[in-house]
Design a protein around this ligand. Structure first.
Ligand SMILES: *[C@@H]1O[C@H](CO)[C@@H](O)[C@H](O)[C@H]1NC(C)=O
Ligand SMILES: *[C@@H]1O[C@H](CO)[C@@H](O)[C@H](O)[C@H]1NC(C)=O
Length: 286
């Protein structure tokens, strides 16, 4: 009897994920980040900006008394483009699995498309290129829409890609406060992916905040070139990198009437903290 209770206790403990901090970037420098220099045409989204590594577009500043990474979009003629902006990706990929939490002030306004997201390095994995490789969009926001969005992309290689939830069900089920810093997070696990607003890890546990959406692994898949599904929970069982960017224009925002006129530049996304937490390799796994 004592032994049975002991085993039950271990099972109960093992059902609660626990997290260990492996990155806590408060932007003393940009050593964890690569500045992605590229024309908007290479984004795959018909974006209107050129991403530069200029200190006018990507820089560290003191904001609210803290260091922050600022990605600033400007009206500027550059390489045939009318706007410049900033995009960074993590030097190394992380995971698979864990809790990714980013504290940022996200701008709203015409033509703006700020994003906090995860993608395998070079947009490909053992499953192929986008979207067979998967994409985890923690937070995207367009134009003056009050809703933010959290979305998974997966399925076959473009144009056979799929997403979940479909729009507009990928919208936050509440009105976010865009004028102040908030935490945008994802709890990425083998059996589910949960998106969080204003949650934090305290004593190894997800604490506070609002659950935006909980997605079971039964909703995602990755297809090989014959259209057959890979086994397991592909494509979300490979390492992904973190990407932070502020796009101007692009197919999606410019499909919204009025969004891409009177572009609201200059604009900036301000990122105070990027945290990566791995699942604790617990003694309670049996
Ligand atoms: C992250 O760094 C900040 C600033 O140094 C500190 O206040 C905070 O406690 C750190 N968090 C973790 C999880 O280490
Ligand atoms: C820049 O603006 C001009 C004038 O509106 C437009 O014709 C051109 O396509 C724009 N360039 C890009 C790269 O968006």
């Amino acid at each position: 009897m004592a032994k049975i209770l002991f085993v039950l206790g271990l099972i109960l403990v093992s059902t609660t994920a626990s997290y260990i901090n492996v990155m806590n970037d408060t932007f003393n420098d940009l050593s964890n980040w690569l500045e992605n220099v590229m024309p908007g045409a290479d984004s795959g989204n018909n974006e209107w900006e050129y991403y530069t590594d200029s200190p006018n577009n990507i820089f560290i500043a003191q904001v609210n008394g803290q260091n922050a990474l600022v990605l600033r979009a400007l009206q500027q003629n550059y390489q045939g483009y009318n706007y410049t902006s900033g995009k960074v990706s993590s030097v190394r990929p992380w995971g698979p699995y864990g809790f990714f939490n980013i504290k940022a002030i996200v701008p709203k306004g015409n033509g703006l498309w700020p994003a906090i997201w995860l993608l395998p390095p070079n947009s490909k994995s053992i499953y192929g290129s986008w979207a067979a490789c998967g994409e985890i969009d923690i937070m995207e926001a367009i134009c003056t829409e009050t809703a933010g969005r959290s979305t998974l992309h997966f399925g076959g290689q473009w144009p056979n890609n799929a997403q979940y939830p479909e729009a507009p069900k990928n919208q936050f089920p509440f009105t976010a406060d865009w004028s102040n810093p908030h935490w945008y997070g994802v709890d990425w696990q083998p059996n589910y992916i949960n998106f969080w607003y204003d949650a934090q890890i305290v004593n190894g546990q997800i604490t506070g905040g609002t659950l935006i959406n909980s997605i079971s692994s039964s909703n995602w898949y990755s297809l090989n070139s014959n259209g057959q599904r890979y086994p397991g929970n592909a494509p979300f069982n490979q390492p992904f990198g973190i990407i932070l960017n502020l796009a101007i224009g692009g197919s999606w925002p410019c499909s919204v009437p009025g969004c891409c006129s009177n572009i609201a530049v200059p604009a900036q996304m301000t990122i105070f903290n990027v945290q990566v937490w791995e699942n604790a390799q617990s003694e309670d796994q049996i």
